[in-house]
Design a protein. Structure first.
Length: 317
């Protein structure tokens, strides 16, 4: 196990030198260099940020590939953006406004890249990721895509997008499972046909604890799961899912969708929207179609398993 400390906000490319050589020239260690060194080091690795590496880190050299088990800890002081040209329309804190950026220019996201692409387990702690975008057929995961598991801890994923057909996961995509604890997933979108999971999409399970999914959407046809979609079991615990939507034709599950199961515990799923069908809040697409509730929950009227006009206050079923 190795630990690397990022000491510059410049997106310097890796030239094959050792850690000692990279830092000896006074230029500092960039995040891209640190990840390249971690990829080559045996065992799980940790990357953190020193004083020189804290602030807004702009990826000017495209997405960063992660090929070894890695934990990246931002310490609450780091925002990483895929907006290479610094031309996105932004909100406070440098957060990309996807809709406004696309409205401002037809090519508004042309220089944006995905942020991380991982082939080994990835843990992100105390980070902000924004401005990540993919724009190609089957190019999944606007901010982060992984062929294995992703874990987020106290991490804010805001203003990212996957823009083409079958490009699932406007914020996060995993071919494995996703665990989110104490996070916020907001302002993410998928725009293509069959592009599932405006905020989060996974082929495995998605577990969301003490977190918020807000303002995510899918806009293409047959694109379900405005907030999050799991092809496995989706579990919400002590979390809030609100103001997410699916607006394309033949699309359901404005809030969350569980493929083989949906478990809601002490959570709020309210104010989500599906343009077609009755499943504005949540939907389970396999099994008996009925979510499992534990604790006290508030679930909107268009809850898929319900037929009523007012929000439901539910206990265990």
């Amino acid at each position: 196990m190795a630990e690397f400390i990022v000491s510059t906000l410049d997106d310097e490319t890796f030239d094959g030198r050792t850690l000692e050589q990279e830092t000896a020239d006074g230029g500092g260690l960039s995040l891209r260099e640190a990840i390249a060194l971690a990829n080559d080091a045996a065992g799980a690795d940790t990357i953190s940020f020193g004083a020189g590496g804290q602030g807004l880190l702009r990826l000017t050299e495209g997405r960063i590939r992660i090929t070894d088990e890695t934990t990246i800890n931002g310490g609450g002081e780091v925002t990483i953006t895929g907006d290479a040209g610094s031309n996105d329309v932004t909100l406070a804190g440098g957060i990309t406004d996807i809709a406004a950026t696309r409205e401002a220019s037809a090519n508004g996201l042309a220089d944006n890249s995905q942020i991380f692409n991982a082939t080994r387990s990835l843990t992100l702690t105390d980070l902000i990721l924004t401005g990540g975008a993919t724009d190609g057929f089957l190019q999944v995961g606007g901010a982060v895509a992984s062929s294995v598991d992703i874990t987020l801890i106290n991490t804010f994923i805001a203003g990212n997008a996957a823009l083409d057909d079958f490009a699932n996961g406007g914020g996060l995509y995993s071919a494995g499972s996703i665990m989110i604890t104490g996070g916020q997933i907001t302002g993410k979108s998928t725009a293509g046909t069959g592009a599932f999971g405006g905020g989060v999409a996974a082929l495995g399970d998605v577990t969301i604890i003490n977190s918020t999914l807000n303002g995510n959407q899918t806009t293409g046809g047959a694109s379900i799961g405005g907030g999050a979609l799991a092809q496995g079991i989706l579990t919400l615990t002590n979390s809030t899912v609100t103001n997410n939507s699916v607006t394309g034709g033949n699309s359901d599950g404005g809030g969350v969708v569980g493929g083989t199961g949906l478990v809601i515990a002490n959570s709020i799923v309210l104010g989500n929207f599906a343009m077609q069908g009755d499943d504005g809040e949540l939907v389970e697409t396999a099994g008996d179609g009925a979510p499992t509730f534990t604790g006290a929950n508030i679930v909107g009227a268009d809850g898929g398993a319900f037929d009523a006009e007012q929000p439901h206050f539910s206990g265990p079923n």
